[in-house]
Design a protein around this ligand. Sequence first.
Ligand code: GRF
Length: 223
Amino acid sequence: MNGKRTPLVLGVLVSGSGTNLQAILDAIREGRLDAKVGVVISNVAGAKALDRARSAEAATLVIDHKSHASREAFDHAVVEALRSHGVSCVVLAGFMRLVTPVLLDAFPHRVVNIHPSLLPAFPGIHAQADAIRYGSRVSGCTVHLVDTGVDTGPILAQVAVPVLDDDDEAKLRERILAKEHELLPTVLKWIAEDRVEVVSRSEGMRPRVRIKLDAVTSPDDAA
Ligand code: GRF
C-alpha cells in the first residue's frame, strides 16, 4: 500500500457475465491491485456481473438505456452515478453500449476498455468470429483508452493468443478471456500507480501511451 497516493476508485460498466469484473475484484482482494470498486453499473437488469459485484459487496446500480431518450442522456445519468460514488477511473468490462463525449469529457483519459482482438484488427462485437473467419493465425486482447470511435482509442497493452486450427468462436473466446483476466488488472495497476501517460505526436500520428517503467513508491513501501 502507498500512504501518499489517493487510491484509485473504479467505476465498472457491465452488460453481461462479468468475468473481467471478477478478475478485477479478485486482484483487489488478493492485494495485486491497490484500488477499490466504487460502483458497478449495468445497463441490463439481469446481468450476471451484478451478482458478482454483490458477492464482493460492491455497490451496484442498474441504469436502463431504454429509459433514456438518447445516448447522451443515458451517459449523463451514468456520469452522475459515477461521480456520486467518487469514481476516478471508468472501466468498460463487457459494456455493450457506445459511449459519448458526455462520459469521456467527464473522465479525460480515464475511461478504459478491454477488447478481444489485437486492435486495430477486428473492432466491433464479433472480434473472435471475425479473426477465425479471416484465417488469422494470431489474435489476442487489447486494453485501450476510450475515444469517440469504436475500439479506436490509444492502446495501453496487448497480449497475443494463437488461433488454432480447430478453434471455433467459443474456444477462441475462452483462451482470449483467460489472457484478458490477467491483462486488465495489470493495466489498472499501472493506472493506480500513476504510470500511464498519453503522449501527443506529430500530425498524422495517433497519440501513444507511455508506461513509465519505475513504479512510484514511497519510502514507506520499501519497509
Ligand atoms: C470480453 O471478451 C471483453 O473483451 C469484451 O466483452 C467480453 C466481456 O466478458 N469487451 P465478461 O462480461 O467480462 O465476461
